[in-house]
Design a protein around this ligand. Structure first.
Ligand SMILES: [Zn+2]
Length: 430
């Protein structure tokens, strides 16, 4: 099977190439990239006016299977990712049971092989049962196919455990993805602590809840020389702390999510439970700092923290609703509209945040366009205006604060290992 992608704007951050050209895909691999590729192809995609990029990698999603299949399954989550231009999803371990042993890693990989339309890479838990007490077997987990360790959703409060986790995971070359939150400071808060929480009469989560744990983890990273990746950074001070740590050459990397550069806690003013997530939406000064952090490379990655919940779970009072929003089908338009259009990031740098940067952090041989490489490709129209319609999501989750919003950027073709899984914006696989 030969597929020819013709006349697109090829943007490949790994090689820093940005030019108009063609890509010839032969079976699962990229055979040729160039300016005038001639070949007899079984299928030609006219990419004139479109951007041709490496398939996106989302290094932070919650696929909910096993245990919460009413929220999402590996299959529906993978379909949601495909519609958003993602060819690889990195699935967090807080399922039920959690992914804390080799058998569970194998379960996720097997289910993904049987049902998913994109690639799925499991993250395994740092501690058994995500309880923060006893370390999992990093070596066995790595061997089974885990790409990182994380207790995401549950902060690791025991500093000594964090130290040993970093030392142990480091021996196997596994990064630890950290959910920085001091549970006592966060308490029963449901939104950012500040003016809005006072006006709304809701209990707040101070920015310090994130920052004190992040500071601690930076100290432990320095002590152990371990590899920490900070998940979902939300505050200005966190960005500053990471920037300073990188200057001192600590081996830390970090991600933020599209909602932290798109929204402030004003979005909570209607008590919209679809604007409730952890960490919570912050203030305008934080949004500005997140953008600066993305621009200067302090924040390496944009990851969605895709966290589907059922409508019934979210249709309750704000303070009792679960935390989390879906993100796979809104990430690209938010990146284009909030970062690329206003000039915060070049298209090249924006694409790097969802391709080669997460690939390098996780050691995946993906996230780039090169001859002989895997044909994971995202083709999108950066100029097309779309209206976000949650009811049309492939995800089972409809919990998005962006419903009804008009944005720019439409994922039109998603190609996974040479197979077209999204064709002209629609899922094309059974
Ligand atoms: Zn988290």
């Amino acid at each position: 099977m030969k597929l020819l992608i013709k006349g697109g704007r090829i943007v490949d951050p790994a090689s820093r190439r940005d030019f108009r050209g063609d890509i010839l895909v032969s079976d699962t691999k990229i055979e040729k990239i160039g300016e005038n590729v001639r070949a007899h192809a079984d299928r030609v995609i006219d990419a004139d006016g479109l951007v041709v990029a490496p398939g996106f990698i989302d290094m932070h999603v919650h696929l909910r299977e096993p245990g919460y299949e009413e929220k999402e399954t590996i299959r529906t989550g993978s379909m949601s990712g495909a519609k958003g231009g993602f060819t690889s999803l990195v699935a967090m371990a807080n399922t039920n049971p959690p992914i804390d042993n080799a058998g569970m890693v194998d379960f996720v990989l097997t289910r993904a092989k049987e049902t998913a339309v994109v690639k799925v890479f499991p993250v395994a838990a740092v501690s058994k049962g995500l309880e923060g007490k006893e370390l999992t077997e990093a070596g066995e987990l790595k061997e089974a196919g885990a790409v990182a360790l994380s207790d995401d959703g549950h902060p690791i409060t025991d500093s000594e455990l964090m130290r040993r986790a970093l030392e142990y995971a480091g021996m196997f070359g596994l990064p630890i993805i950290v959910h920085s939150e001091d549970p006592q400071l966060a308490g029963n808060g449901s939104m950012n602590e500040g003016f809005n929480s006072t006006v709304l009469g809701l209990r707040g989560i101070p920015k310090a809840a994130e920052e004190v744990m992040l500071s601690r983890d930076l100290s432990i990273a320095e002590l152990t020389r371990g590899r920490i990746h900070f998940a979902h950074i939300s505050t200005a001070r966190s960005v500053e702390l990471i920037r300073e740590a990188k200057k001192r050459r600590l081996t830390v990397t970090a991600e933020t999510a599209p909602h932290y550069f798109s929204l402030t806690d004003d979005a909570v003013r209607t008590y919209n439970t679809n604007a409730k997530m952890k960490p919570p939406l912050r203030g305008p000064e934080d949004v500005a700092a997140i953008k600066r952090g993305l621009a200067d490379g302090t924040l390496d990655v944009v990851a969605t923290d895709h966290a589907p919940h059922t409508a019934t779970e979210k249709e309750v009072e704000f303070d009792v609703a679960p935390f989390g929003i879906v993100g796979l089908e809104t990430a690209l338009p938010l990146i284009i509209t909030e970062l690329v259009e206003p000039g915060v990031l070049s298209l090249m740098d924006a694409i790097a945040k969802v391709t080669i940067n997460p690939a390098r952090i996780l050691g995946l041989p993906l996230g780039e366009l090169k001859e002989g490489g895997v044909a994971d490709i995202a083709i999108f129209d950066p100029d097309e205006e779309i209206v976000i319609d949650a009811s049309a999501f492939a995800s089972l989750g409809r919990n998005t604060p962006f419903h009804g919003l008009k944005l720019k950027g439409h994922a039109l073709y998603t190609i996974v290992g040479g197979r077209i899984v999204v064709d002209e914006g629609k899922l094309s696989v059974p």
